[in-house]
Design a protein around this ligand. Structure first.
Ligand code: HEM
Length: 352
């Protein structure tokens, strides 16, 4: 039998060993999360680094879709969405919205006519305290199938090797469809004339517990008018922000929210693949944009339009993008909110 002092020494040694194991495991988990064990592993840091534009880190700004303007408005649900999801946002009624029109560039000073992709960030809040956040873009498909391929696209487009994009496109054949849209799809002269597509798929659960995989889009009430990029370039570097501010003086702007339901076998995990045209669609309500505010002091500035912030009745699917986006958006958000001195607010009463 062990003497009392021996047993207390042994138990102290045991406790220290246990602490060392706990710390060791914590450090290993940290190193794993940071990607130290697998240099090939894609991390938010690597993605943010790859997004850096030639003009330099956009301090104080979003690391992608860095140029934008805030809006507020309302989402009016018509009740039809309750057939797909029990989220309160689909119960007939009006729910407040904060959003952001933006350009798909990491350069906050890019001239509007030089940026091919336009986007919208949207946050709809409901009385049950839940939120539906979404960030959508105007192309009908995403350029690539996986987050890893998106990282490779960023590297190729920043590469000094003149063949980098050709090599990339050969390795990622799905890129061809986006390339065709980017080169021959129409341009418009207004954020109000764009269709904004969620592209990623999510799972909706209705009140009986039935699940359906869906994507969603916002269809503009305004008629899209095609304008050539050359003509757009003559309108000035910030024509989109000026145009939408001016247009809103004539009255609120509207979009219809349409949810598309996948059939079994549709490519739910790949936003570079459109679903067939004949899929079931449900018009669930109308987004009305009522007021525009500059981003600097505006209500969208400090929102992270993280696509995984979803109300009960919606969840992520087998699509790998939303989780990857969530981790990169969080990194971008942490950086930009810590750099507020590089993008100071100007209004005295501006909120943090
Ligand atoms: C792995 C792929 C992607 C990466 C790494 C990425 C990266 C980013 C980053 C860093 C931001 C800034 C976030 C912030 O600071 O708040 C952002 C914003 C945005 N992204 Fe993505 N993104 C990806 C995929 C997508 C997809 C698939 C879509 C559309 C379907 C999209 C649409 C947008 C939009 C509209 C914004 C602006 C939202 C706002 O106004 O704050 N992104 N993205």
């Amino acid at each position: 039998m062990a003497q009392p002092h021996q047993s207390s020494a042994r138990s102290m040694f045991g406790s220290l060993a246990l602490i060392a194991v706990v710390i060791g495991c914590g450090a290993a988990a940290f190193a794993y999360t940071a990607g130290w064990f697998s240099p090939q592993r894609l991390t938010p840091d690597k993605m943010v680094d790859a997004l850096k534009p030639p003009t330099g880190e956009p301090l104080g700004h979003r690391r992608n879709h860095a140029k934008g303007i805030c809006f507020t408005g309302v989402f009016e649900a018509n009740g039809a969405g309750t057939a797909l999801s029990h989220a309160q946002v689909f119960t007939r009624g009006q729910y407040p919205v904060v959003g952001r029109f933006n350009l798909g560039t990491a350069d906050p000073n890019a001239p509007d006519a030089t940026v091919r992709v336009r986007g919208m960030g949207l946050r709809i809040s409901t009385p049950d305290g839940q939120e539906w956040r979404s960030a959508m873009i105007d192309p009908p498909i995403f350029p690539v199938s996986t987050p890893q391929a998106f990282y490779e696209l960023l590297l190729a487009s920043a590469s000094k090797d003149p063949n980098a994009m050709k090599t990339f496109a050969a390795a990622r054949p799905e890129f061809a469809a986006f390339g065709a849209w980017a080169t021959s799809g129409p341009w418009t002269g207004s954020y109000a004339e764009e269709r904004y597509n969620g592209l990623n798929s999510f799972v909706f659960t209705d009140s009986s517990g039935a699940e359906r995989t869906v994507r969603w889009s916002l269809l503009p009430a305004a008629q899209p008018m095609s304008v050539s990029p050359d003509d757009l370039a003559k309108r000035g570097p910030d024509f989109l922000e000026q145009e939408i501010t001016e247009r809103l003086r004539g009255g609120p702007l509207r979009w219809t929210m349409v949810v598309t339901v996948a059939n079994p076998g549709d490519p739910t995990a790949d936003p570079s693949k459109a679903w067939p045209e004949d899929r079931r669609t449900v018009e669930v309500g109308t987004l009305t944009v009522e007021q525009i505010e500059p981003e600097r002091n505006g209500p969208c500035r400090d929102i992270n339009f993280d696509p995984t912030v979803l109300p009960s009745g919606m969840r992520t699917s087998d699509d790998p993008f939303p989780a990857a986006r969530s981790s990169v958006y969080a990194k971008s958000y942490d950086l930009r909110t810590a750099e507020a001195k590089d993008y100071p607010r100007t209004a005295k009463d501006a909120k943090p």
